[in-house]
Design a protein around this ligand. Structure first.
Ligand SMILES: Nc1ncnc2c1ncn2[C@@H]1O[C@H](COP(=O)(O)OP(=O)(O)OP(=O)(O)O)[C@@H](O)[C@H]1O
Ligand SMILES: [Mg+2]
Length: 257
């Protein structure tokens, strides 16, 4: 689905949120079954999840909320093949993630997953456009072609006039918009975002989220977003709360505007 204007994209997103997105898709993009994660530390075992279940369908923008330390980031790491589960199965973008060897996991991450973190992790010595082009160059795409694609993505996030700026010459909101462009330049099937607005003031966070909503629709993304911001969670298609090692349906309270 390609929608040309932000207004059309916003309208389509609202439609998706109101309707049941499950009827619009064929098979889940993420299917997690009986997941367990236990960290073994010098002071003993720390079990974060046992029997955790999660299904995410194409086109969903799922928010995960929960208290600090419940394991939200750990769960995203497992979904994105950055860490292995202790037990259980994780199917993500048609791949049995838990069965990947390190080389396969790196290729899977590069092709299928876009990540955005609370801190942008842009490389300080490279310009915005070079940072965005990086995942494509890592795939072996020629530099000129990668930079052209990066330039298009900087336009998508309304930063074409900042392409030669280094991260230190950008505002916090601009840095996160560059981070979204870098996450999406490789056309991933799944976007994983861990508190992407956690370091921004409320109004900048709202604008970065507007951008996420727009990109979500125009590029047919499927996303899992960890956030402590219940106002932003309320704008997602579905919210889950991580508590006691399991995910529970959760309806974030909507603040009167
Ligand atoms: N590599 C590790 N080894 C041992 N323990 C870990 C490791 N990574 C995380 N933990 C522990 O697991 C728990 C969950 O961590 P995680 O970062 O997933 O929480 P979170 O829900 O994302 O918290 P926050 O909202 O503060 O970001 C924490 O208590 C943390 O100390
Ligand atoms: Mg975290």
């Amino acid at each position: 689905m390609v929608l040309s204007t932000p207004a059309a994209a916003g309208q389509a997103f609202r439609f998706m949120r109101q309707s049941d997105v499950r009827v619009q898709q064929t098979s889940p993009l993420i299917q997690v079954h009986n997941l367990e994660k236990t960290y073994r530390t010098s002071r003993g075992a720390l079990t974060l999840f046992t029997g955790l279940e999660l299904t995410v369908n194409p086109g969903e923008l799922v928010a995960i909320v929960g208290q600090s330390g419940t394991g939200k980031s750990s769960l995203l790491h497992i979904l994105g093949a950055l860490d292995a589960p202790t037990a259980g199965t994780v199917h993500c973008a048609s791949t049995n993630v838990a069965a990947l060897n390190p080389r396969e996991a790196a290729a899977f991450r590069n092709r299928e997953i876009g990540y955005v973190w609370q801190f942008h992790y842009l490389l300080p010595e490279f310009s915005a456009i070079e940072n965005v082009a990086m995942p494509l160059m890592a795939r072996g795409i020629p530099r000129r072609q990668a930079l052209d694609a990066a330039s298009n993505w900087l336009k998508e996030v309304d930063l074409e006039d900042r392409s030669e700026h280094r991260p230190g010459e950008l505002s916090g909101g601009e840095q996160q918009r560059v981070a979204f462009a870098r996450a999406l330049v490789g056309n991933p099937r799944l976007l994983l975002a861990d508190e992407p607005t956690g370091d921004l003031d409320e109004s900048t966070a709202g604008r970065v989220f507007d951008l996420l909503e727009r990109l979500h629709v125009t590029h047919g993304l499927t996303s899992v977003l960890v956030t402590h911001n219940l106002d932003l969670a309320a704008r997602c298609t579905r919210t889950l709360r991580l508590e006691g090692g399991r995910l529970h349906s959760f309806l974030p309270p909507v603040r009167p505007s």
